[in-house]
Design a protein around this ligand. Structure first.
Ligand code: PLP
Length: 395
């Protein structure tokens, strides 16, 4: 594309309120909840994914420093050359144990883990049958796999089953879903999807980036919430950059699947291994998540508090039991306007616009963290109510 064309397209985006901008966080300020400093202003962060409030936990920073001193700041090579360290080895074993699976394989990002799982488990005649609202990385993975991609209506297990039933080689098909949908906060109908996969002999892949650490009686995620084992969901993907407060991702599965990914996944083989200090921090986070169940209980209580307060203030939230609590605003312009009003009141809730969400469904994606206080949640509701009122007044 020529620069003149780029400029024109960028101007069009700006006119449609679709221009993205970054704000530079100069520092964290966790003296009172999950605070960040932007342009000298302190804001309460209500749109991150640090659900358990582990990002600023001193145990993670200490683990990082200790590991860097002994193993170095970087891994220096891919896992299959010299980059696989003891921290990685321990973390994989602990993730396998945490998820109740034979093995886990670490990836640098969830994006790369998803590329690996989908591209390595399809063959020439495979279909990838995927929920319409699956994360962009899963869509990209399906495209890269070259398999036929079929997207079914959101959370419609019957539609998924119908696609699988019409397949030429159902045994080679993948059925793919998020566990908790990242922009909506709702849960996939995993028991029904597992049933559809079983009937068609397809393989079910669940990306539980937003469920792990948060849902289920012991924080094992959406699968634990629904009491589904590895026979029902053979391939589980999790990330370490959300509830676990650091960075990285993994695929957890039976040993045969993991060995196959290790041998064949290009997003595993042709990239530098995660820095050992990041793996060390993830281990510390996993240990805290496994023992401090109050964090999970607290973030879900705060989500319930937000829902009660919003209902009283006549603010409609999407139906969600997770820490992701979106307010649907429709147009990008409205979403931006409310987001900016909240920002001015000291709350950071980013506007989520197309193409991240379908056109006409721009929203504020409010997220909660165990680090928030009750009074911060209450103050957010007041500020949101005021911002919505001024929007109506302006309309
Ligand atoms: C964040 C996210 C990913 C990507 O994980 P990264 O580690 O950030 O690359 C994948 N899937 C879902 C559902 C996500 O929300």
């Amino acid at each position: 594309m020529k620069p003149a064309v780029l400029r024109e397209q960028l101007a069009q985006r700006a006119a449609q309120h679709l221009q993205r901008r970054r704000r530079t966080v100069t520092a964290l300020d966790v003296s009172d909840g999950p605070g960040v400093v932007v342009d000298g202003q302190r804001l309460v962060n209500f749109c991150g994914n640090d659900y358990l409030g582990l990002n600023a936990h001193p145990a993670l920073a200490q683990a990082m420093a200790r590991s860097a001193a002994s193993a170095g700041s970087g891994s220096g090579a891919s896992h299959l050359v010299t980059g696989h360290s003891l921290e990685h080895e321990h973390l994989e074993a602990e993730l396998a144990q945490f998820t109740g699976r034979q093995r886990a394989l670490l990836f640098s990002t969830g994006y790369m883990a998803n590329l690996a799982a989908v591209t390595c488990l399809t063959e020439g005649d495979s279909r990838v049958v995927m929920d319409r609202l699956c994360h962009a990385s899963l869509i990209d993975a399906a495209r890269l796999s070259g398999a036929q991609l079929k997207r079914f209506a959101h959370a419609d297990a019957a539609a998924a089953a119908a696609f699988l039933a019409r397949s030429a080689a159902p045994g080679n098909d993948l059925l793919v879903s998020d566990g908790v949908f990242s922009m909506d906060g709702d849960l996939a109908p995993l028991p029904q999807l597992a049933q559809a996969a079983r009937t068609a002999q397809a393989c079910l892949i669940v990306d539980d980036a937003h469920g792990l650490g948060v849902l289920g009686p012991s924080g094992r995620g959406s699968l634990e919430h629904f009491k589904l084992d590895s026979a029902a969901v053979p391939i589980l993907i999790g990330t370490l950059g959300k509830a676990f407060g650091c960075f990285g991702a993994f695929v957890a599965a039976d040993a045969d699947y993991i060995e196959w990914l290790l041998q064949t996944a290009r997003s595993y083989i042709y990239t530098t291994a995660l820095p050992p200090p990041v793996a060390a921090a993830a281990r510390a986070a996993l240990a805290i998540a496994a023992t401090e169940s109050w964090r999970r209980e607290r973030v879900l209580e705060l989500a319930a508090r937000l829902r009660r307060g919003a209902a009283q203030a006549d603010i409609a939230l999407l139906p969600s039991l997770s820490p992701i609590q979106p307010v649907m605003l429709g147009s990008s312009e409205r979403a931006l306007a409310v987001s900016e009003k909240l920002f001015a009141s000291g709350f950071w809730v980013a506007a989520i616009r197309p193409p991240t969400v379908p056109r006409g469904s721009a929203r504020l994606r409010i997220t909660l963290s165990a680090a928030h206080t009750e009074s911060q949640v209450d103050a957010l509701i007041d500020a949101l109510a005021a911002a919505m009122r001024s929007l109506h007044a302006a309309a």
